[in-house]
Ligand binder design. Structure first.
Ligand SMILES: Nc1nc2c(ncn2[C@@H]2O[C@H](COP(=O)(O)OP(=O)(O)OP(=O)(O)O)[C@@H](O)[C@H]2O)c(=O)[nH]1
Ligand SMILES: [Mg+2]
Length: 335
């Protein structure tokens, strides 16, 4: 995205500079009055959109209200794609219009709640076994161990299987945790094995978690094999996706997993990420619900549910709660 700040004596003159250089497609990011009374307008334009992106929401240049501008600016920092940022900021501004005393984070929280779903996995356990899928190293095995630990602590019956015999030590990594939790780990590398394991009496009435091998989402054969495992399990497919990373890449990956049945995602590595545009782009692009998030590599730290307000607070500048309308003049300002 190309972001530029224009300074002129009047707002009209600054807007005219924006239009002259960036055109009518430019999106307002922020406005501020300089110490000398001049007007600084920060505007952004994204280059050529990929052919498959939804462009219906591109709007002509308008002055958003303060909350809308603040939220757009915060979302630009996180790399949220402009069309999504625009929708969220407008929805947040509409919330503010109804309750003007709300902070920008509260308004954004309400907008996120409108656009996304946040069912917490523990309370909203899906039908059938839960398969954890995702690109290599995305946190499937640690997440499986965390889910097992949570079920154990809650005194629920839990079963666990691994289909990951592809990578040396793949099963052993999970076995190290299940031994401590005193849960038997079954191995089911093929769809047939998985079908048989799941029909065994020992798993009846249990919440069953299945760890799968890391798959390249762009490799047709690997994804076909993973789809066969998902079909054999007949359960719910949950994507584990690390936060951070390029938002468009995250959206492409998420779509590939949605194509094999993923309906929700557990976002991992929230603790080592500062920019969250990728997780919004993934949920938006693939129509995924947010389940829990992982904020540590330690199994004992578990998973935590994500609420729209918590996500909004992560997205907004930390000064926002005490100073509801910070005005910064570049989209690169840190939150
Ligand atoms: N900091 C941090 N590290 C994490 C988190 N989740 C997973 N990790 C680390 O990420 C690495 C990969 O995690 P795994 O659970 O092995 O990932 P995987 O998806 O099972 O990997 P493959 O089976 O090889 O595809 C490990 O070093 C984990 O400790 C997290 O939330 N925060
Ligand atoms: Mg693994």
């Amino acid at each position: 995205m190309r972001v530029k700040t224009y300074t002129a004596e009047t707002t009209v003159a600054a807007m005219s500079m924006v239009r002259g250089e960036l055109g009518d497609e430019a999106i307002m990011v922020s406005t501020r009055t300089g110490s000398d009374g001049s007007t600084c307008v920060t505007a952004a334009i994204d280059p050529v959109l990929p052919a498959n992106e939804d462009i219906e929401e591109r709007e002509p240049l308008v002055f958003p209200d303060e909350t809308e501008a603040t939220i757009r600016q915060a979302l630009a920092y996180h790399g949220v794609p402009p069309w999504l940022s625009s929708r969220l900021a407008k929805a947040a501004a509409a919330v503010e219009a109804q309750s003007p005393k709300s902070t920008a984070a509260t308004c954004l929280g309400a907008a996120l709640d409108e656009y996304f779903s946040f069912p917490p996995l523990e309370d909203d356990w899906p039908e059938g076994p839960l398969l954890l899928v995702g690109p290599p190293g995305s946190g499937k095995t640690i997440t499986a161990a965390k889910l097992c630990a949570r079920e154990r602590v809650a005194n629920r019956h839990v079963g666990v299987l691994t289909a990951d015999t592809k990578r040396a030590g793949g099963g052993e990594q999970l076995a190290a945790f299940t031994r401590i939790l005193d849960i038997e780990l079954g191995t089911a590398p093929t769809p047939d094995d998985l079908g048989q394991a799941l029909s065994a009496d020992v798993l009846k009435g249990k919440r069953v978690i299945i760890d799968t091998p890391g798959c390249n989402p762009y490799d047709e054969k690997e994804m076909d094999d993973l789809l066969a495992l998902c079909e054999a399990a007949g359960g719910s497919v949950v994507l584990t996706l690390p936060a951070g990373g390029d938002p468009m890449e995250a959206a492409d990956m998420a779509r590939a997993y949605a194509d094999i049945g993923a309906k929700c995602m557990i976002v991992t590595r929230m603790d080592i990420t500062r920019r969250y545009g990728g997780l919004l782009a993934a949920a938006d692009g693939a129509g995924l619900n947010f389940a829990d998030v992982s904020i540590s590599a330690q199994v004992a730290d578990g998973l935590i549910p994500l609420s729209p307000l918590a996500l909004a607070r992560l997205l907004m500048p930390h000064t926002e709660e005490t100073n509801p309308a910070p005005q910064q003049n570049t989209a690169e300002a840190s939150p």
